[in-house]
Design a protein around this ligand. Sequence first.
Ligand SMILES: Cc1ncc(C[n+]2csc(CCOP(=O)(O)OP(=O)(O)O)c2C)c(N)n1
Ligand code: SF4
Length: 279
Amino acid sequence: MTPKPQSVPVRKAKDYNSDTKPVWCPGCGDYSVLLSIGKALAALSLNPEDVAVVSGIGCSSRIAGYTSCYGFHGVHGRALALGTGLKVARPDLTVLVAGGDGDGFSIGGNHFLHACRRNPDITYIVMDNQVYGMTKGQPSPTTDPDWDSALSPGGTGVTPFHPLVIALASGANFVARAFSGDPNGTAKILVEAISHPGFSFVQILSPCVTFRPEQRHWRDQVHSAPVEPTDDPARAARRIMTDDSFNIGVLYKGLRDPYRHVVGTTREFDASLERGFVL
Ligand SMILES: Cc1ncc(C[n+]2csc(CCOP(=O)(O)OP(=O)(O)O)c2C)c(N)n1
Ligand code: SF4
């Protein structure tokens, strides 16, 4: 007798929403990012209890509480440290780390470099709005130098951080740029990011309509990347350095093996060391 095929539960994006209603401003790009994450997890048929969403602090970092997956709303800038530790302890979980450009590239910048370098099999989603939304509009590392605002009169004059290139130089194994206003396109990129081994970094241009209302025009500026992703980090970096910052798509897919913690290889703790430090 032919065995009956196992039925896989068909899930929809909304099955990954928690009962907590988001408090983002109407029109904030982060609503669509939440939708895209749900669509990606549904496309991958992942059970919510097999996924953890880890975040830091910021408007965008609230996302961890808005999914029905395990959520860890951590401290400012430390989401990648938490997410890396979780993946090492529970390699069976799909770990998504999510937050903003302030959380990830200012206070969390050091963790960003070393997460790329360590290459744990996690996906890092940064909702980049080039501003600190939660604390009322200070410039972030990705803000243009001439952005004139009440909190930065005349602009900062400081060269912006280039997260995609820095990720490549630090060893990230997958690099992509997405736009929150295209939830289906973003979901497709997230499916690829989650499925690719190692550290996957997805920068999602996600407008802050309150402090950067001009970002509503991103919709007219974004366009598909004109080339296929490469596995050559130097080529990817050159392309990204010379694009117009609105190229959307998977830009780099590397071949590095992800970090794996091999249980049982840690050396026995040498008690004589501890005795040496006794006062
Ligand atoms: C240690 C610490 N320093 C500063 C803050 C204040 N703070 C909260 S959120 C935030 C920036 C958030 O910006 P971003 O990560 O870009 O997120 P957005 O709100 O724009 O989504 C800052 C500086 C804090 N909560 N903790
Ligand atoms: S302040 Fe900006 S980033 Fe924060 S919820 Fe409002 S629109 Fe979104």
